[in-house]
Design a protein around this ligand. Sequence first.
Ligand code: GDP
Length: 405
Amino acid sequence: MDILILAVVIALVAVGAISGLVVSSRKKKQLPPTAPPSTPTITAPPAEPQVGEDAAPTAQEPRRTIEEVGLPEAEVAEPAAPPVAEPEAPAAPEIEVPEPTAGRLVRLRARLARSQNSLGKGLLTLLSREHLDEDTWEEIEETLLIADVGVVPTQELVDRLRDRVKVLGTRTPADLRALLKEELLTLVGTDFDRAVKTEGGADTPGVVMVVGVNGTGKTTTTGKLARVLVADGRSVVLGAADTFRAAAADQLQTWGDRVGARTVRGPEGGDPASIAYDAVKEGIAEGADVVLIDTAGRLHTKTGLMDELGKVKRVVEKHGPLDEVLLVLDATTGQNGLTQARVFAEVVDITGIVLTKLDGTAKGGIVVAVQRELGVPVKLIGLGEGADDLAPFEPEAFVDALIGD
Ligand code: GDP
C-alpha cells in the first residue's frame, strides 16, 4: 500500500514539474528579445518636457519653446513614426526653376517702400509745409543723414532743393514729387553701367568673385546670384573658397544643388586660393558660362586674412582676368559698412556693390554714400531671405519706392 502511495506521489511530482517547465518555456518565448534585465532604464529627467507633452508650466520651470529645448523641428512635427515604415528610396534632387530676373525689383518694391518710409515720404511731407523755414530745411537735412545718404551728398541735395523750390513758386504735391524724384535720381546716378559682367573670354567662363565681411550675406548672395544666372539661361560652377567659416561650403553647395550648379570645394580650413583656382579650372573643363567664387569673410582688422584675399584674386587671374569683384555690404550697418568698403577696395579692385538686407532698414541712403565712397555702382540689392529676393538695382524703381506712389 505504502509503495502504491509512494508511486502516486512520484507520478504527481513528475507531472507538476513537466507542466511547470512548459509554462516557463512559453513565458520565455513571450519575452521580447530585448536588453537583459540588468540594463538600467533610462528616463528623462523630470524637469525636461517630453516631445508633444502639454504640461502646464510651473513657476519654477516656465514653458520653453522648441528652440530653447533645442529639439530639431522635424522631431516635434512628426511625433509618431509609422511602426512599419518601408525604407524610402532617396528622392532624386529636384532642380528648381528660378524666377526670371526681369521685373524683380517691381515685385520687391513693396518691401523696399515699407522700410524706406522715413526717407522718401518724410521728405515729401517736409517739402509740402506751407512755410519752408530754416527749421524745416534742417529737418530735411536730418532725414537724409539718418537714412545714411552721407554728409556731402546731403548738403548737395538740400542746396539744389532750396534753389528749385524757390523757382517753383506754388508747390503742388505733384510738382514736389516730380522734383524730388528727379533730384534723388541724380543723386543715385542714372548713367552707371549696372549690369553684372559675366562674359568671360572666348574659351573661358566669366569669373565673378564675391567678397565681404562675415554675416553680410555673402554666401547667400552667391547662391542667389547663381539662380539669377541660371534663370537667364547660363550654366554656373560655384567655388566654395570660404574655408574659414565651417558651414559655408555646405551652404553654398545646397544653393548650387537646387539649380543644378556644381560646387567645387576643398577641405575645411584648406587653401582658398587653390579652391578658387580649381573652380575656374572646372568651369573651363565643363564649358560653363560663369564661375562664381565665394570667399571667406575677411575681417578687415586681420591684415593677414586681407592679404590672403588678394592672393585668391591673383591666383584666379592665372586663368584670365576676373569679370567682376562684387563687394557685399549689409545695408543696416551704416558707417561700418563704408569702413569695410574702403578696406576691401584697397586689397581688390571692387567693380560692383551688392547691398543686402535693404528690406529690413530705412537706411536706403547708403546706396548713395557707398557709390560715392568707392566710385563703383550698386549692381544688385538683397530684399529678403527668400531664394529669389535678389534684384538688379534699377535707380528709377528704387527712387519710386523711396517716395511711394
Ligand atoms: P556670410 O557670412 O556673409 O556668407 O552671410 P550669409 O550668406 O550666411 O548670410 C547671413 C544672414 O543674412 C543669413 O541669415 C541670410 O539669410 C541673411 N540675409 C542675406 N541677405 C539678406 C537680405 O537681403 N535680406 C535679409 N533680410 N536677410 C538676408
